[in-house]
Ligand binder design. Structure first.
Ligand SMILES: *Cc1c(COP(=O)(O)O)cnc(C)c1O
Length: 421
């Protein structure tokens, strides 16, 4: 299977006249079709809601598109709550799933009537002292050990810093109900970027059984179960994408099996997807500046790890298309590099690509989530612009590129940098 970019060389040449590379560009049409499919997959559950994980792509123009479909937001910090606030989210439309939470953030969540997701048993006291407990509280579960589907280990929750143990979670519900909390939820995030239709159903089974146990042992009847993020995307061309309709049906099956007989047939299903909502609908577009022949063949581009950190940080694969050479044979092998003074600043290593020339545009795929948002300013590199390719084919600037003035903004107390724009 090949991966096709959602833009052509001609489109990018036109766009680059106004907005110089590098930039992230997002596909409105793809985002809309995907959120429609997600809603349809869970339409069997009347209370279903997706809370978009803001950290994945914190851009108001994109979050507003999801808001049109009734999505809420999953925030994890003060500034993410501010973004939610500014975009008009409040109450049940907000999940606050934070950890090692600094003071002041639970109060802000409470002010917005958002739903707090407590990462630890000790947070009950922390919240109570800071702002008093709200009516709704969700508790984050960590079963420990490893998380397995059939015979393959998906992840190691026992090594993850998140969530409460089984016994802590039961204790938390007992304490919270005594203290007058009225509405409860359970949350867990046990494996990241899963490319299997089985992850959500397996996770749902664990959480549904836990909800039944919570009801039996504490008398607390949870109102919602939050399956969080973790549905992955096919970064590699040989991977098969998840089928959200199959995933929704898989969760439906265990819901009917476990929750309905336990008189919990009115529990709402929540999701906090980030990567699945935006990942495939973003490209990082970069231009080839240099070709270097030493012990290897290097393609030097105008983007760097400061614009997309995943390859440098996790060795993550991001597919690359040389625009205009979609059908050319992949008969060259290159390392595609940025300009940071860090040898891990490589978008691809030993990648088979068509012959590349200076001036070519590369589309780096699947940068719509955890792409721009993980950006940073190492080596004084500036964050790029973000563009939205609208359904009518026009392009909207949804975040301008940083300028040196932005880079110096937190230093410039005396005006010595005022000369720079
Ligand atoms: C990061 C995160 C998400 C989103 O994860 P994806 O892998 O992007 O789907 C959801 N919930 C929480 C609490 C997270 O930390």
């Amino acid at each position: 299977m090949s991966k096709k970019p959602f833009v052509t060389k001609a489109q990018i040449e036109e766009i680059a006249k106004t907005y110089p590379t590098p930039f992230h560009i997002y596909d409105e049409s793809g985002i809309r079709r995907n959120v429609e499919a997600l809603k349809k997959a869970f339409s069997w559950n009347p209370g279903f809601r997706e809370y978009f994980a803001v950290k994945a792509t914190p851009n108001p123009a994109l979050i507003r598109i999801l808001k049109e479909y009734g999505c809420g937001v999953d925030c994890s910090s003060y500034t993410e709550l501010m973004m939610a606030d500014a975009l008009g989210f409040s109450g049940d439309e907000i999940m606050f799933s934070s950890n090692a939470t600094p003071s002041g953030e639970f109060s802000y969540c409470k002010k917005l009537n958002g739903q707090m997701n407590l990462d630890d048993l000790t947070h009950i006291d922390f919240v109570e002292k800071e702002c008093g407990l709200p009516e709704t509280i969700c508790c984050r579960y960590n079963p420990g050990g490893y998380f397995q589907i059939a015979n393959s280990i998906m992840d190691h929750p026992g090594d993850a810093k998140y969530g409460m143990t089984h016994d802590q979670l039961l204790e938390a519900f007992q304490i919270l109900s005594k203290k007058g909390v009225k509405r409860f939820g359970i949350h867990a995030f046990l494996a990241s970027n899963t490319v299997t239709n089985e992850y959500y159903p397996e996770l749902a089974k664990i959480l549904f059984q836990l909800a039944v146990e919570v009801k039996e042992k504490t008398g607390v009847k949870v109102s919602f179960i939050n399956l969080s993020g973790g549905i992955g995307i096919a970064y590699r061309p040989d991977q098969e994408s998840n089928d959200i309709a199959v995933i929704g049906e898989g969760v439906h099956r265990v819901y009917d099996e476990i929750l309905c007989p336990a008189d919990l047939g009115d529990v709402a299903i929540y999701t906090e997807l980030g990567r699945f909502m935006m990942g495939p609908y973003g490209h990082l577009i970069t231009k080839v500046l240099h070709l270097k022949h030493t012990y290897k063949e290097y393609v030097g581009v105008d983007a760097c790890a400061a614009n997309l950190m995943r390859p440098a940080m996790y060795g993550a694969y991001h597919h690359i298309t040389v625009l205009g050479k979609e059908d050319a044979p992949l008969d060259h092998v290159y390392d595609v590099t940025g300009s940071l003074c860090e040898n891990n600043d490589k978008f691809a290593i030993d990648r088979e690509l068509p012959e590349i020339a200076i001036g070519d545009y590369l589309a780096i795929h699947d940068t719509g989530a955890h792409g721009y948002s993980m950006g940073y300013n190492y080596n004084g590199r500036l964050r790029s612009a973000e563009l939205l390719l609208k359904e009518d084919g026009s392009v909207e600037l949804i975040r301008r590129a940083e300028t040196p003035k932005d880079y110096f903004a937190t230093l410039d107390f005396t005006g010595v940098f005022d000369q720079f724009e």
